[in-house]
Write a protein that binds this ligand. Structure first.
Ligand code: NAD
Length: 433
């Protein structure tokens, strides 16, 4: 059973704080292992990658097999059903359309002092996409990472995906093809992240690495950050549903379970204005947990981290929501737009009872790679901006230099940076004859 809380309880603050602070991630000490793997790949390149792949993915291959050939990818794609192909293509199209609208514009203007200023956006040249493949396969993650990269204009997109025991997932290959991935490598874990960051004989290094993975992948991304850019370190999934009593309890139960089934450390929360409805949802979850295929995982997440919170009104719900800063937020209330306007911190908001969060996981259009562990307070989900850089532009006219140069001289002198000041002074002297 999840926890039941009410804002009218005397000990509410204490219990709500405990829900917020629950340590959900099992973080085994993987850092030493990962630093050893990265050093090994840097020193021995493909040889180290091949040894580690044999060890962790139980797969003996040669260096020329690290990259999948087009013929191999074609053979896998041929196994995908028409129905699955159409679903992937629809998803890709919708994700592409959404992310195309995200593209920012370049700007250039001349200010009253005569200085011409601006910025322009350019893509990273090469991106590496990590696709998890240890325990399950995630074709939707391929689309969510690769499509924005291509929309941003990334020229070279290299994907790594472990294929334990040599088993390749056809849908992952189809997603890579549909999204326009340029190179696919059958490696995973920290060794794949190291290979993308530092390069090997077979894999040219990239500039940015994105994509989710297990604790080894996350630790490797942290360690290569600086050599390359990374997107974020994603933790276990979360959903918060805010619902009034005018909902189908079974629908809300399924929405809560859709995140709980990801991971035993996932967190599913319900905030409701109607205590009886909260109980009805809890009962519906119990019924669903009798038959869901992933009932063990979903049940453990719900038992350990789930909570149902009764509030006095929706204003109170909005205030609690901002303290939770959930990764996914569903608003199942009569006027979801009005409630949404009161919320500042959430990774993705799903408005109204016809918008289950799972639509956003696959085909809605917005990205499903989102900030977890309350990081929606200061960060956003994956977007085209993750694959772009902004270069600033400045051009001084003689009048502009005359107008603002003297202030630069003063500041340079106060920082004791003589050459800085003189570089302006020399030009001003010329201008002033
Ligand atoms: P994975 O590809 O992340 O990890 C498999 C690799 O881990 C193996 O290839 C191996 O190299 C390495 N590894 C395993 N045991 C090791 C050990 N003892 N020492 C060194 N390396 C070792 O696949 P996974 O394990 O299935 O994990 C996928 C993760 O990604 C899950 O936690 C899942 O929840 C998460 N995920 C998150 C999202 C998201 O959007 N947040 C999406 C999809 C998946």
């Amino acid at each position: 059973m999840p926890q039941f809380l009410s804002t009218t309880d005397a000990d509410f603050e204490q219990r709500f704080s405990a829900v917020l602070a629950a340590k959900r991630e099992d973080s085994p000490d993987v850092d030493d292992v990962v630093s050893g793997i990265i050093a090994d790949v840097r020193a021995r390149g493909d040889v180290a990658v091949l040894e580690l792949t044999a060890k962790f993915d139980r797969m003996q291959i040669d260096a020329d097999q690290i990259r999948l050939s087009d013929a191999e990818i074609d053979a896998e794609i041929a196994k995908v059903s028409d129905e699955e192909q159409h679903a992937l293509e629809l998803a890709a199209e919708r994700i592409r359309a959404y992310h195309t609208r995200q593209m920012p514009s370049d700007e250039m203007w001349t200010d009253p002092d005569g200085a011409t200023l601006g910025w322009r956006w350019t893509p990273v040249s090469a991106a590496g996409l990590y696709v998890p493949g240890g325990l399950a396969s995630y074709p939707s993650s391929v689309l969510m990472n690769a499509v924005p990269a291509k929309v941003a204009g990334v020229e070279r997109l290299a994907m790594v995906v472990p294929t334990p025991d040599g088993i390749i997932n056809p849908l992952v290959m189809m997603a890579a093809r549909v999204a326009g991935v340029d190179e696919v490598y059958r490696i995973g874990g920290a060794q794949a992240v190291a290979a993308l960051a530092y390069g090997t004989e077979t894999i040219a290094p990239v500039d940015k690495i994105t994509g989710p993975g297990n604790a080894f992948v996350a630790a490797a991304k942290r360690r290569v950050f600086g050599k390359v850019g990374i997107d974020m370190i994603a933790g276990p999934s979360e959903i918060l549903v805010i619902a009034d009593g005018d909902n189908d309890a079974d629908w809300i139960a399924l929405d809560l379970m859709s995140q709980a089934e990801h991971d035993e450390s996932a967190q599913s929360l319900l905030i409701t204005t109607d205590a009886a409805f909260g109980q009805a949802v809890a009962d519906a979850v119990t019924v669903r947990l009798e038959t869901l295929e992933r009932r063990e995982i979903a049940g453990a997440s719900w038992r350990d981290f789930g909570a149902i919170i009764t509030v006095r009104d929706l204003d109170e719900a909005a205030r609690l929501c901002d303290r939770i800063a959930p990764e996914h937020l569903e608003l199942c209330v009569a006027d979801p737009e009005a409630l949404s306007d009161k919320i500042t911190h959430a990774g993705a908001i799903f408005l109204g009872q016809w918008t289950p969060e799972a639509i956003g996981d696959y085909v809605g259009g917005p990205n499903h790679v989102l900030p977890t562990a309350r990081s929606a307070r200061f960060s956003s989900g994956l977007s085209v901006l993750d694959f772009l850089k902004r270069t600033t532009l400045a051009k001084m006219s003689p009048e502009a230099l005359r107008a603002i140069g003297p202030a630069a001289e003063v500041l340079a002198t106060s920082e004791s940076l003589e050459a800085h000041g003189l570089s302006v002074t020399a030009r001003l002297r010329k201008l002033n004859g």
